[in-house]
Ligand binder design. Structure first.
Ligand code: ZN
Length: 118
């Protein structure tokens, strides 16, 4: 009976867990710093349009906003976004941004919707 234990330890050198650098971005509305992924990037295109860059890969001047309606409202109403992007947002793009904002949660702390009737 040759009961071979096939558990040969792969002698891989264990790499020390280094804290990975997470790029931080600042929301133009509430100025909160967050990991890039937690924010939505809005890009100003060379044509002077404003588009939502969900993947954060587009070229151009970008501004970041939290994924909350409140921040988008501030950004749109108080011109924080226009300041961040250094351009005037036209009606059409404004409507697009407003529509996107409407799909976002109202605020960040939406954990455990208390007392919501089913
Ligand atoms: Zn924010």
């Amino acid at each position: 009976m040759s009961n071979q234990t096939a558990s040969q330890p792969n002698s891989k050198p264990k790499q020390p867990l280094r804290p990975r650098h997470v790029p931080q971005r600042t929301c133009v509305a509430c100025k909160r710093t967050e990991a890039k992924r937690g924010l939505v990037r809005i890009v100003r295109t060379p044509e002077g349009r404003v588009v939502i860059d969900e993947r954060g890969k587009m070229n151009g001047r970008g501004a970041y906003l939290c994924r909350t309606q409140s921040c988008w409202a501030i950004a749109l109403k108080r011109g924080a976004l226009e300041r961040g992007l250094k351009l005037q947002i036209n009606q059409e793009d404004r409507a697009t941004l407003a529509a996107y904002a409407a799909s976002l949660p109202l605020s960040d702390d939406e954990e455990g919707s208390e007392g919501a009737p089913a």
